[in-house]
Design a protein around this ligand. Sequence first.
Ligand SMILES: [Zn+2]
Ligand SMILES: [Zn+2]
Length: 180
Amino acid sequence: MTTDTCRLCGCTEDHPCPTGCAWADETRTVCTLCVERVRAMPPELHVLIATAVTAGDQDEIQKLLLQALAADLLELQAEAKAMEMGLAPITAFQVCGLLQLALRHPGLSPELRLVGDRLVALFEQWFDAGAPAAAIAIRRGADPAHDRPLTVPTTEPFEPAVDEIEVKPPSLIVLPGGRG
Ligand SMILES: [Zn+2]
Ligand SMILES: [Zn+2]
């Protein structure tokens, strides 16, 4: 039996969940955050997942989680919920670069590619309003012919700006075609 690793999310003592967690069971196989999340699911699902976790049946856990995920997303979609995010400009540019990197993956499904392309187009539009060079960089970022080895222009240590990501409650991600 694997211990010291959460069977649901894979967090460990050295790499706990970003918002903090502890072991929820004596044998250290499930973290407190996952236990709370499973408790928030419908009771029948809660029981099935708890049983699969106790049995250490990763295939069953995966299957149940995927079912729960699909049901949750469809429900949120039916309620017309969306996630709204506020990104500092530097963070927004970095996120756009990460998306473009992901879009280079040859195995990406057409559906995911469409979502990624639309989001990148939104970033490009937003930067067009006050940062034309950034908008051009994003456009060039879509073309592998413009790829260069990463160079950092100063010797200053690079400070990631992830603290500036703000998810506004109630959360919504507004995708083109999603609302209005
Ligand atoms: Zn966990
Ligand atoms: Zn955890």
